[in-house]
Design a protein around this ligand. Structure first.
Ligand SMILES: NC(=O)c1ccc[n+]([C@@H]2O[C@H](COP(=O)([O-])OP(=O)(O)OC[C@H]3O[C@@H](n4cnc5c(N)ncnc54)[C@H](OP(=O)(O)O)[C@@H]3O)[C@@H](O)[C@H]2O)c1
Length: 437
């Protein structure tokens, strides 16, 4: 009997400890095996852990995809291929995008061919771009994106005290300005070749991922077609996996392979070390769980317990700074993502809705630039009947700048006599706008 494929799931780092445990659950559980798996690994010709995890899933349809997150050209090619397959109806829309791949150098810093620090590029930048590009293929009603976080994202988390990576006050605040972002991306921030240096680089990559979680959810919420997509985070806790492969012998063998493995064997629920199977179940709960019936937007869990992420990760101005710098670094261009709000600086902007004569509404994102309020970004059209009663436009008192910035084009409109640099927005104004729908 032919199996009806329920949706697509994509897991990055699928040949690793947690990634392969997630794949195993899809292959072995009847309620999950009808999803089409896209398992991303760096080397498709050598993914033995994934192969063995999938060995017993006779009915589970899947493809193994080659993806190196440190190469943005590769990320673009992979996303383009997936988008083409979803558009053609070859595979269903993505129900769960699980950003699991992770890298920790444990001291020996390395760089990409383009001079970016590898931990930053693999854990954060590649995932950020992949997500923005794949929004096109997400299931618009039930799609979920799951970020794999870590306690390392917060210098002030007491659990990080023993490693002493963040003791120096200069490492307690991570995001300050664009120059700091550049230093982090290029590896001149925390450059020391010690375990502490590597752990900080790892921590900041996780901080940026969690900032992306909060920031992207806010932007999805403001998008007319993507607002039901949820992005969540899960800290899987300490696991014995491949993440320690570059660690010194004491950490890699003595602590992880001997002590932690023994602890797990003696008591799988010891609280200090978690089995990858249990962590995989936690990730799948975030991706598929009903979470009390509400859309689990922007939730973050330690395992399955709700957890408040660091103060810096929740700071909207810092998040916006990181978003803007990331857009530049990833070279995201108009048309590459379906997210209409990708260019918005929402921290200093507001949104209004303007009625048009044809009973549709346009959304204007207004931003104060150089003392003027300007219209920025793409403007989707929303049929009037889709607007809730409480969502009625309130636009008539609005004074706007004569400069309209739309999709990088600048158009002039005439200021009214006696009004310097602004005038009232009238219904007919909306007809002058060029719109992308
Ligand atoms: N283990 C822990 O104690 C722990 C604690 C908290 C959070 N986490 C997080 O859990 C997630 C899973 O890690 P894990 O413990 O399962 O470690 P793992 O066994 O090392 O798995 C990580 C996977 O990421 C892949 N990867 C690394 N760099 C990549 C790149 N540039 N492009 C594409 N894939 C790349 C690796 O691919 P290759 O197989 O090709 O090397 C590997 O399969 C990570 O996000 C990690 O940060 C782990």
């Amino acid at each position: 009997m032919a199996v009806t494929v329920k949706g697509t799931i994509l897991v990055t780092g699928a040949n690793g400890g947690l990634g392969s445990a997630i794949a195993h659950q899809f292959a072995s559980k009847s309620e999950l095996s009808a999803y089409h798996g896209l398992y991303a690994v760096r080397d498709t010709s050598h993914a033995p852990v994934l192969t063995s995890a999938l060995a017993h899933g006779a009915t589970h349809p899947y493809d193994v995809v080659a993806l190196d997150l440190t190469r943005l050209d590769n990320v673009r090619v992979v996303a383009e291929g997936i988008n083409a397959r979803v558009s053609a109806g070859e595979i269903p829309p993505i129900r769960a995008l699980i950003l699991n791949a992770g890298f920790l150098d444990f001291g020996k810093q390395t760089w990409t061919a383009h001079g970016l620090e590898n931990t930053f590029a693999a854990n954060y930048l590649g995932h950020w771009l992949l997500t923005l590009l794949l929004l096109k293929s997400m299931d618009k009603q039930a799609g979920r994106i799951v970020v794999i976080g870590s306690q390392a994202h917060n210098p002030k988390d007491p659990r990080n005290a023993m490693g002493r990576a963040f003791v120096d006050p200069k490492y307690q605040t991570i995001v300050t300005d664009a120059a700091r972002f550049e230093a982090i991306s290029k590896g001149s921030w925390s450059p020391d070749a010690s375990f502490q240096g590597g752990f900080r680089r790892y921590g900041v990559s996780k901080l940026f991922l969690i900032m992306m979680q909060h920031e992207l959810q806010a932007r999805l919420n403001a998008d007319p077609t993507l607002s039901n997509i949820c992005i969540l985070g899960v800290d899987p806790g300490t696991m014995v996996s491949g993440l320690q492969r570059l660690a010194p012998w004491v950490i890699r063998v003595l602590i992880h392979k001997i002590i932690y493995t023994a602890l797990l064997w003696l008591n799988p629920n010891n609280g200090l070390v978690r089995p990858t199977s249990g962590a995989a179940a936690d990730v799948l709960e975030a991706a598929f769980g009903t979470q009390g019936g509400e859309l689990p937007k922007d939730k973050y869990f330690d395992g399955r317990s709700p957890f408040e992420t660091s103060e810096e990760s929740r700071d909207t101005e810092k998040r916006e700074l990181v978003w803007k710098e990331t857009v530049k670094l990833a070279g995201l261009k108009d048309g590459e993502t379906v997210l209409t709000t990708w260019q918005i600086c929402h921290g200093k902007s507001r949104m209004v809705r303007v009625p048009r004569h044809d009973h549709k509404y346009v959304r204007l994102f207004l931003q104060r630039i150089g003392g003027n309020e300007v219209w920025v970004s793409q403007i989707p059209v929303i049929p009037a009947h889709q607007l809730a009663a409480a969502d009625k436009p309130d636009w008539t008192g609005l004074a706007i700048s004569p400069v309209m910035v739309l999709n990088d084009r600048v158009a002039e409109s005439e200021p009214e006599p006696g009004q310097q640099g602004g005038r009232r927005l009238m219904p007919q104004d909306s007809d002058k706008l060029e719109m992308k729908t």
